[in-house]
Design a protein around this ligand. Structure first.
Ligand code: 3EB
Length: 327
């Protein structure tokens, strides 16, 4: 038993409906959707400001193996337990001269903070931006965000980039919120053979490519997937067709899972054997959730936990993005 307990136990994610949830000691972070958390809140509660697809409240809990301790450092609050840290940085864009300067400042602060922690390796990042598709061409806010992020992360080699998500909120204007999971040991990045590495996207998608890896393997072989969409190579597919975008995304997820399986030599999670998949789904239009849910449940082997959110996706033609955790 001692040997088992000393093995690195990865953080686990679980989704709950409703606004009542227990903040047990082992919770590293509680990301709240579709509801405003109460005042006098616990540091670990993060108000994301995204709605669920059905409009009700929901929470995403990240748990580890023991009791978490919490602290803060400037605009960063964080919780730590053993090998893992969950952080949240919130800044107001206007305090930093707008986008892209705010994104650059945020990522510089984040990296500087991380270098001082025992859990110094970035594993998984979520970027929650207001009005992500506002602005034309290279002035679109997502592209401006990518420019600032790339500058803020310029000291990080592409092969160390964390898995990521960048989605758009419709409220909490002006707030840039970045949440992340970090660890004492580096993750192993996994590429998707069907997709160009995001950090090598060609110029047509903006002045600086997005800084993220397609997935990260934790030391215990759990895999944290990035937000995955209907993109093949670097091109969006099935403009405006949600069902076809879901199907293309599920093929991408299967290829990503297979790529992870090859690195870990695990028994084929991608085939549904030995798979336990938690999936968080971002839909541009919440009312498409019933049909989208049925299609995802039918096409994603091993899915046992599903959270449907309403959010804007970073390319205008994309209607859905899915992020998976394979345990
Ligand atoms: C894509 O594959 C879809 O900018 O951090 C997915 C995950 C996407 C993360 C990011 C963007 C990001 O390009 C968009």
């Amino acid at each position: 038993m001692a040997a088992l307990e000393s093995a690195v136990i990865g953080p686990r994610v679980e989704f709950h409906r409703g606004d009542q949830f227990a903040l047990d000691d082992n919770v590293l972070a509680a990301l709240v959707y579709g509801a405003t958390p109460p005042d006098n809140e616990d540091t670990r509660i993060i108000h994301v400001g995204l709605a669920t697809a059905d409009g009700g409240p929901a929470v995403e809990l990240w748990r580890t193996a023991g009791a978490a301790t919490t602290d803060a450092s400037g605009p960063i609050r964080f919780a730590v337990q053993g090998d893992f840290l969950f952080g949240c940085l919130e800044i107001h864009e206007h305090d930093h001269g707008g986008m892209p300067a705010a994104a650059e400042a945020a990522y510089r602060m984040l990296l500087e903070f991380q270098q001082r922690q025992p859990q110094r390796h970035l594993l998984r990042v979520w970027n929650h931006l207001h009005a992500i598709n506002e602005g034309a061409g290279d002035l679109e806010r997502y592209r401006q965000f990518c420019m600032g992020r790339a500058r803020g992360l310029e000291d990080l080699k592409p092969e160390y980039l964390p898995a990521g998500t960048a989605v758009g909120r419709r409220d909490r204007a002006g707030l840039l919120q970045i949440c992340w999971l970090a660890g004492t040991q580096p993750g192993r990045p996994v590429g998707n053979p069907r997709q160009v590495q995001a950090y090598r996207y060609p110029r047509q998608y903006g002045p600086a490519p997005p800084s993220f890896s397609r997935a990260i393997l934790l030391p215990n072989d759990e895999m944290l997937g990035s937000g995955t969409a209907s993109i093949v190579g670097h091109e969006s597919r099935h403009d405006g067709n949600l069902a076809a975008q879901i199907d293309e995304t599920l093929i991408n997820l299967r290829e990503l899972c297979l790529a992870g399986d090859r690195v870990t030599a695990r028994p084929q999670r991608a085939n549904g054997r030995d798979a336990a998949v938690a999936a968080k789904v971002y839909l541009r239009r919440g009312e498409t959730a019933p049909a989208a849910t049925a299609r995802i449940l039918a096409g994603l082997p091993g899915v046992n936990d599903l959270l449907m959110l309403e959010a804007d996706i970073c390319r205008r033609e994309l209607l859905v993005e899915i992020e998976c955790t394979w345990t």
